[in-house]
Design a binder for this molecule. Structure first.
Ligand code: TMP
Ligand code: ASP
Length: 251
């Protein structure tokens, strides 16, 4: 029988990040209780904000995306949603790396090479960033990732790139279905401690993706907050509403 929300009880706080809090789950050492906060930060938390309902919206978007990915054969840590802004996930050994995939140049890489934002790429670009707040999550090459022991061998970096490109293919379709172009995104992975299997973790939300309206090119993601474009809450809520109806029409 599959578990129900009432089977789980929240345990101790393990970690508080910028947008989420992680707790243990009583009597389930293999699970995590993940709570999405209403806070919004940018530039490694130098800029802070929040809006009402953000945690609930991002919890729902993450869950819709992870369930859509699962239907397409891409597995994540998601187990079930609980309450308005929480979810139960599998407890993984997280890799100390953020994987960014870009379909169109924007943000830091556009700036670095002085490309105009919005320049399409011939093929998706994968990039690794070392997950270390005190260093401001710097870009790392494959060899630096091996030096830092993010993983133990090159084949694992290749596996990460392949998995990220699989996620990209599915997400382009899911967001494309609601009229949004997936410009770029950041994902994180962990390994199941028992099987060693690589699973998608963390979140996929307008905090971690760039999403542009296909027709108007309007930004529908955290750049609205980073760049003071206004209508942050409205944009997140619109992405949520559209994704929810796309999901409901599919299941
Ligand atoms: P970047 O252009 O600033 O490198 O960002 C690339 C993508 O990664 C973009 O969709 C936003 C996301 N991202 C995060 O999720 N967390 C971060 O800390 C940063 C810097 C970017
Ligand atoms: N995620 C980072 C922060 O919360 C950076 C960003 O998204 O701009 O500060």
């Amino acid at each position: 029988m599959s578990p129900r929300a009432t089977d789980f009880e929240k345990g101790d706080l393990i970690y508080e990040g910028k947008a989420k809090r992680l707790f243990t789950v009583q009597n389930h050492p293999d699970l995590i209780w993940q709570e999405f906060k209403d806070s919004l930060t940018a530039f490694n938390a130098q800029k802070k904000g929040s809006f009402e309902n953000k945690g609930a919206v991002n919890r729902d978007i993450t869950s819709l995306v992870f369930r859509f990915l699962a239907k397409q054969g891409v597995r994540s840590h998601w187990v079930m949603d609980i309450g308005d802004c929480e979810q139960i996930t599998r407890r993984l050994t997280m890799l100390k790396v953020e994987v960014v995939v870009r379909n169109v140049l924007a943000g830091s890489t556009a700036k670095k090479f002085q490309f105009e934002e919005g320049t399409p790429l011939e093929r998706p670009l994968t990039e690794f960033y070392y997950k270390e707040d005190v260093l401001n999550d710097p870009f790392i090459s494959d060899e630096q990732a091996l030096m830092l022991k993010v993983v133990s061998k090159q084949s694992e970096l290749d596996e990460l790139k392949r998995a990220a490109l699989d996620v990209n293919r599915v997400l382009i379709e899911f967001f494309g279905g609601i009229g949004l172009d997936l410009i770029d995104f950041k994902i994180e992975f962990g390994r199941d401690p028992k099987s060693g299997q690589l699973l998608l973790a963390d979140e996929i939300t307008p905090d971690s993706c760039r999403l542009w309206d296909r027709v108007t090119r309007e930004k529908m993601d955290k750049d609205r907050f980073r760049r003071d474009l206004g209508d942050v809450k409205e944009s997140y809520e619109k992405v949520h509403t559209l994704l929810k109806s796309a999901w409901e029409s599919k299941v």
